[in-house]
Write a protein that binds this ligand. Sequence first.
Ligand SMILES: Cc1ncc(COP(=O)(O)O)c(C=O)c1O
Length: 428
Amino acid sequence: MKLDPSSVRPFFPGLESDWIYMDNAGGSQIARPVVDRVQSYLLESNVQHGASYEPSRLATARVAAGVQAVADFMGCAHDEVVLGPSTSMLLKNLARSIESEFVPGDEIVVSRCDHEANVGPWVDLEKKGVKIVFWDPNPETLELRSEDLDPLLTRRTKLVAFTHCSNLIGTIHDVQAVTHRVRSHGAMTCIDGVAYAPHRCLDVEAWGADFYVFSLYKTYGPHCAALYGRRDLLHRLPGINHFFLEEEVPYKFQPGNVNYELTYGLTGIWDYIDAMTRGPQTTDEPRTTDDPNKALSHEGGAVALTSSRRSRLASFYDSVSLYEESLVEPLLALLRKDSRITILGNPDASRNARVPTVSFRVSDLDSRSFVEQMDEFKIGIRWGDFYARRLVDKLELDATGVIRVSLVHYNTAQEVEQLLEAMESVLQ
Ligand SMILES: Cc1ncc(COP(=O)(O)O)c(C=O)c1O
């Protein structure tokens, strides 16, 4: 399929603005069906869960359908999904739970190109006697190379935490190469997929991840996040909820439970993907259902995941990545030709190597003043370190960090043209 922005954009009412949004790696616009689902939960099923009366059964089934929607999105089972308010919180909770696996002298490898959400919680375990080993990106390309990991892995390595894709420079890392290496050393992986998930199809089980996390508010959904955990690990690790919930996976990792309306809202991401990819309705593929009887007839209220659904998701993201490559190429071309500009990381648009998140510096202008001048053109981009603080420190950039432009598939070629015109005028 070929992505047509004119059929995409009506699904994002927030785009009806005179601003051009190019700070999407910070948070995307929300798809309309997500908002509809949240509203319908609150207006039609806002009751307590787990009771026998029908509205309660409906509410329970709806939230289960939301969890299933995320499982389908990630390529895993519904009981391997832990939901939470943010990636940062989920990783802090995971670290709190997983610390029981470590004894003093054990080692955790963390990448120096990650958002702090997947660094700080592990570094905190130094207090327990765990040794932290930093995995530095290649100094020229700024990418994490799996071969550089080899000398860092020892008998004591228990976990490797790294990012699938840099939220600063957009480089995609070879997740499978890393998970294979790490697993052969008997260690676990914790992968931050936040910057990757808005652009590519997730397939966490196929990749061999032990933990994989991403934020739904950057993936066209509401403000919450999801963590995949390998089933045996979720059962083995101690929970952080009440003591009598130790057997309840994933509830034992969700103190206070999930946000019900937002979780149901997640089914709306599939409404959007279905609308983008569905030909004539097929009978073998049930849609997310609100009917508690139908929904509850499947374990946990979940709806069967069909291979056709996953293959449509893959084909959707394939068209997204092709389209995004064509969007980002003219931006990179402009940046490459100006000698005052340094692109951080990969200067090529190839969809195999990057997502359309681009950071750069201008030699005679600090990042903040560049971005503030762009505000006048009503183009929302951003400056800073984007919480990839350890990478920005390593690069010894000034306090204004980098200029970041982050596109997604609802941006248009015309918007990119306007961006380039505005940039040329600021750079004059
Ligand atoms: C790559 C990456 N990881 C983690 C996070 C933190 O996500 P959250 O805001 O859900 O805690 C962000 C947020 O910008 C991010 O870009």
